[in-house]
Design a protein around this ligand. Structure first.
Ligand code: SF4
Length: 307
């Protein structure tokens, strides 16, 4: 069986496999950080309700957004679907189909089925896909099929006994003025009592970015708050490189996720209450719809281009 795996599959299998010793987190430590998050949510929810503000849902994108540049978080709603932005969504959907496919999956067929399912679902890039030109569709099919082939070549075969779940929705608390959550691309394993056995995996069609680790630590935190049992590992799986970047979940990792999540929630509530948004320039200025009217961002980009 192992002899049938590609070197990349073997390497990634090694990175993701369970250790011989069971991983059981200190119960007091988990209860302490859960209590800390309860206190924060209660306090911020009270502020939102007192001010009669709309509920806030924070996922990994919105957390990165509000901690990146507040002005863009508040004012840039220019996102649009095109070949570049829709390819990742279609590739993810096709890979998810492939994971649960009974026979040997044909990547291009998975992509076609994924496109039809997304259109039928009506969400995300559905409207754009429905009206895309034949050339745009062909371009998208090529990119998405390439991602599916890369996944098959480099991700270890998934044992059904690991109970793989794709597009797994997680949220905490269940409801309220502030909710944290998201959709995890792939979850392998389930907790066995207090033993951590789960691996949370995000599939990445683009390049490595530092915030990908933060995204996964956030998922580990939400999973811990939701179930009381942290996952054992989190991993970004980079399709282009065929490589998993893996972190063991620890109490320190969860505490760092709390600090970042609380910072984002506080900023989001303050902005909802009416505090003026700050501008923080960075790489995202290049794609920001506010750039033309933003002196900070324009100066940053001009400086970058000069140097
Ligand atoms: S151009 Fe840059 S600094 Fe200005 S709002 Fe956009 S992201 Fe923020």
């Amino acid at each position: 069986m192992v002899a049938d795996l590609t070197p990349a599959q073997l390497r990634n299998l090694d990175l993701l496999r369970r250790a011989d010793e069971p991983i059981v987190f200190d119960r007091d430590a988990i209860e302490s950080l859960t209590a800390e998050m309860h206190d924060v949510v209660e306090h911020l929810s009270g502020r939102l309700q007192a001010a009669g503000m709309a509920d806030i849902f924070l996922n990994k994108t919105r957390i990165a957004g509000v901690l990146g540049c507040e002005a863009r978080y508040v004012g840039d709603d220019s996102f649009e679907w095109n070949v570049a932005t829709a390819t990742g969504t279609v590739a993810h959907r096709a890979i998810e189909l492939g994971i649960n496919w009974r026979d040997e999956p044909v990547p291009a067929e998975l992509v076609d089925i994924a496109i039809e399912l997304i259109i039928a679902d009506g969400r995300g890039p559905a409207v754009w896909l429905g009206s895309a030109s034949p050339a745009e569709r062909a371009d998208l099919r090529g990119g998405a099929t390439d991602a599916v082939v890369k996944f098959i070549e480099t991700f270890p075969p998934i044992d059904p006994r690991s109970r793989p779940v794709v597009e797994s929705s997680i949220r905490w608390p269940v409801r309220g003025p502030i909710v944290f959550g998201g959709k995890v691309d792939l979850v392998l394993g389930v907790a066995a009592g207090a033993e951590s056995r789960k691996v949370v995996i995000d599939l990445k069609t683009g390049a490595t970015r530092a915030e990908h680790l933060d995204d996964l630590r956030f998922y580990a935190l939400v999973e811990t708050l939701r179930t009381g049992v942290p996952p054992r590992k989190v991993a970004s799986f980079y399709l282009a490189a065929g490589n998993a970047v893996v972190e063991d979940v620890t109490v320190d990792l969860l505490r760092s996720a709390i600090r970042r999540t609380v910072d984002a929630a506080v900023a989001a509530v303050e902005l909802a209450e009416g505090r003026a948004a700050t501008t923080t320039p960075g790489a995202m200025c290049r794609w920001c719809a506010l750039q033309a009217e933003c002196d900070t961002g324009s100066a940053y980009l001009a400086d970058l281009d000069d140097n």
